[in-house]
Design a protein around this ligand. Structure first.
Ligand code: URA
Length: 210
């Protein structure tokens, strides 16, 4: 089974991520950067969507053109930081359904605790793109993927701004079929489970709750 991580090394993504990492970046700029990076990650995450061909009339003539072949999408945001990535993705994927999973990290154990779960009934028929800016310990990601599989999801991708080597190992170990799309893989985790060098607490920086 493949264990894929796609690091998007496009200069625009890398530049915007560097600005977002800076602790002096203001909340409004941070929020906008997360939205813009998310849109570019969505572009990459949907690169393998199947296309079919349709006949159309241009103002000049008729021609056969590629169109996305009805593959249904579902974005799933891990609350709350995942919501910061949603708008950028929806700009690009306006027909996607959106699910939410509420998970918080127990500060003592760093384990994920679920408090909310709502996804479309037909999730089994959709390509599911899970969004959360930080893949840190991987505990939250594993809990989210486990719940989505339990709900019937079979086609899953995981999109984040930053991943730690520890989080990637945990995710690929448990779910080798899940492709990860990220803007960077950072050095390590600190003793509190934060990504180093990272960008701090993504939720707090998006929502200005520092
Ligand atoms: N969650 C965050 O917001 N930041 C980290 O570095 C790790 C988890």
């Amino acid at each position: 089974m493949r264990q894929d991580t796609h690091v998007i090394d496009h200069p625009l993504v890398q530049h915007k991520l560097s600005v977002a990492r800076n602790r002096d970046t203001t909340t409004d700029n941070f929020r906008r950067l997360v939205r813009e990076i998310a849109a570019m990650l969505a572009y990459e995450a949907t690169r393998d969507l199947p296309v079919e061909h349709a006949d159309i009339h241009t103002p000049i003539t008729t021609c056969r053109v590629p169109v996305i072949s009805g593959k249904k999408l579902c974005l799933v945001s891990i609350l709350r930081a995942g919501n910061g990535m949603l708008d950028g993705m929806i700009d690009l994927l306006p027909n996607a359904r959106v699910g939410h999973i509420g998970l918080y990290r127990d500060p003592e154990t760093l384990e994920a605790v679920e408090y909310y779960f709502k996804v479309p009934d037909d999730i089994a028929e959709r390509m599911v793109i899970v969004v959360d800016p930080m893949l840190a310990t991987g505990n939250t990601a594993l809990a989210a993927l486990s719940r989505l599989k339990e709900a019937g999801a079979t086609s899953l991708k995981y999109v984040c701004l930053l991943a730690s080597p520890e989080g990637l190992a945990a995710l690929h170990g448990a779910y080798p079929d899940v492709v990860v799309v990220t803007a960077a893989i950072d050095r390590c985790l600190d003793e509190h489970g934060y990504i180093v060098p990272g960008l701090g607490d993504a939720g707090d920086r998006i929502f200005g709750t520092l």
